[in-house]
Design a protein around this ligand. Structure first.
Ligand code: XBP
Ligand code: MG
Length: 263
């Protein structure tokens, strides 16, 4: 017997899975980058990552992997670079946690408003990030209240980091939801690839580091979250969702409906 479609169920928004770095928070240029540089300085190293160079290094996800890739470019032998990257990353994480605690890392404009709107409507919240839980949880707590996120998957909990889909798959598993019910919100092409590979629909909120990347696979692209009184440009809208200059509950609902599996 053919499976009966449950009207409204197939296209119902049940959760949203957020990326953290660059999406919920503006953390890379004035956050992680600064923390990496302070770790270099403390270790007596001359290396400093300038704004543009750091943008290139963001192609490698995960802070420790990013360090190792950088030292590999400098021709450092594997054993030495693994040891040094590990050591520097421990210190960088402490420095970044301190910065987060001091309130130096802020939510992106409109992020908190969307989180509130979703939560008020009973939409469940989750996080799939490449960052480390050591700083992710306290930062989310300070900015949004960590308990509001039912599932948080950090980079150190998955076998492979984004663009691998592991983090998104694990978030869905913890939510107990199919991909069709829980779209992602990302800022980068690495994150978009990860979400898509796990079967999630994906909205993209651009930032300065990611605006020139190829988002042709995204389901909707906005120039930030936007706010009702401070709208942003809609960069691409292949499903005709018509966001009202900001990413809101209705747009996320329409996104799920437009990308619902058929048959
Ligand atoms: C974020 C990352 C992270 C941060 C640094 O990517 O790649 O590595 O840059 O954090 P995404 P850690 O937004 O796609 O999750 O040093 O804790 O790795
Ligand atoms: Mg990101």
């Amino acid at each position: 017997m053919a499976e009966e479609a449950v009207p409204g169920e197939r296209d119902r928004l049940q959760a949203v899975v957020f990326d953290v770095d660059g999406t919920l928070v503006d953390s890379e240029r004035d956050g992680h980058r600064v923390a990496f540089n302070l770790a270099f300085e403390e270790a007596g190293m001359p290396d400093r990552w300038e704004v543009e160079r750091y943008g290139e290094l963001l192609a490698v996800s995960g802070g420790k992997r990013r360090l190792s890739h950088y030292f590999e470019q400098q021709g450092m032998a594997e054993e030495e670079r693994e040891e040094l990257s590990g050591r520097l990353h421990v210190r960088k994480t402490q420095i970044f946690m301190e910065m987060a605690k001091e309130g130096e890392i802020e939510a992106r404009p409109g992020a908190g408003e969307l989180v509130d709107e979703l939560a008020d409507a009973g939409v469940r919240l989750a996080v799939a990030t490449t960052g480390s839980r050591e700083w992710v949880d306290p930062l989310l707590d300070r900015l949004f209240g960590v308990k509001r996120f039912e599932a948080i998957v950090g980079g150190d909990e998955v076998p492979r980091r984004k663009p691998d889909p592991s983090a998104y798959r694990m978030a869905l598993e913890r939510l107990g939801l199919p991909a069709a019910a829980a779209p992602a919100i990302e800022d980068s092409v690495i994150g978009l690839e990860a979400a898509k590979a796990a079967g999630l629909a994906c909205a993209v909120v651009l930032n300065d580091y990611t605006r020139d990347q190829d988002f042709s696979a995204a389901d909707v692209v906005l120039d930030g979250f936007g706010l009702p009184n401070d709208p942003v440009a809609v960069i691409s809208d292949p499903h005709g969702l018509s966001p009202p200059g900001h990413l809101d509950l209705d747009t996320m609902r329409a996104l799920v409906a437009a990308t619902a599996p058929t048959g």
